[in-house]
Design a protein. Structure first.
Length: 223
């Protein structure tokens, strides 16, 4: 049972009323219904908005959004990085443990379409790395990892993994240019994807864990 930190009146209203395509009542109407001042509701609305629970637009009003853990963890993480960018190291370690813990469950949920998407991402990355001029395949790196875990029915896992890549960009790792590092990373990615597509999930797990250790090398080099 939740104690000491109850939900605000506005969040309680969201919980109590089923999500529909219709906009929520105006704050003046909610104020009368809930017995809370408009000023207080406006503050509560801004919190809900920051958490990604509602969307507010001039013409369409206040609309509920499907639950997504990302906005909450992203805001907190970005604040932590603003205080000290070394906080990224701790979050990267959390992400590493999550990816390894959920690997087998995640890869067994992937479809043939997902397999094709992963193969396409690897091909695009190699094309960038072998092109002239060389390009950093950061978007492919981000998308590849998120595709692997996207079938999990767990918004908390997905939110943390998505927030990691936002933080990765915040600390500037997406512009790292060591070519040897990048080729080593994508060699592991190739092994991971080949293993997934061939149903050799343990081999893919081994490649994942070995590849995850490279982040320490990257962090040391970027200091």
């Amino acid at each position: 049972m939740l104690r000491d930190r109850p939900l605000s009146e506005f969040l309680q209203y969201l919980v109590a009323h089923e999500q529909t395509d219709q906009p929520l009542p105006a704050l003046t109407a909610l104020s009368a219904e809930l017995g809370v001042s408009v000023a207080s509701l406006r503050e509560q609305l801004e919190v809900a908005r920051a958490l990604g629970l509602v969307e507010v637009k001039p013409r369409t009003g206040i609309r509920r959004q499907p639950y997504n853990f990302l906005p909450a963890v992203r805001q907190s993480l970005q604040y932590a990085l603003a205080l000290d960018k070394n906080n990224f190291i701790a979050f990267a370690d959390l992400r590493r443990h999550i990816e390894t813990a959920y690997w087998h469950e995640a890869v067994q949920l992937l479809s043939a379409e997902d397999h094709a998407a992963l193969q396409s991402l690897v091909a695009r990355a190699w094309k960038k790395l072998r092109g002239s001029p060389i390009e950093i395949p950061h978007n492919e790196h981000r998308e590849l990892h998120l595709v692997i875990y996207r079938r999990l029915d767990n918004p908390f896992v997905l939110g943390i993994l998505q927030a990691y890549w936002d933080a990765y960009e915040t600390v500037g790792l997406n512009v790292f240019t060591d070519y040897n590092y990048l080729t080593e990373v994508w060699t592991y990615h190739q092994k991971m994807v080949d293993s997934i597509c061939n149903g050799k999930f343990d081999a893919g797990y081994e490649a994942l864990t070995e590849h995850s250790d490279l982040i320490n090398q990257l962090l040391s080099s970027s200091k």
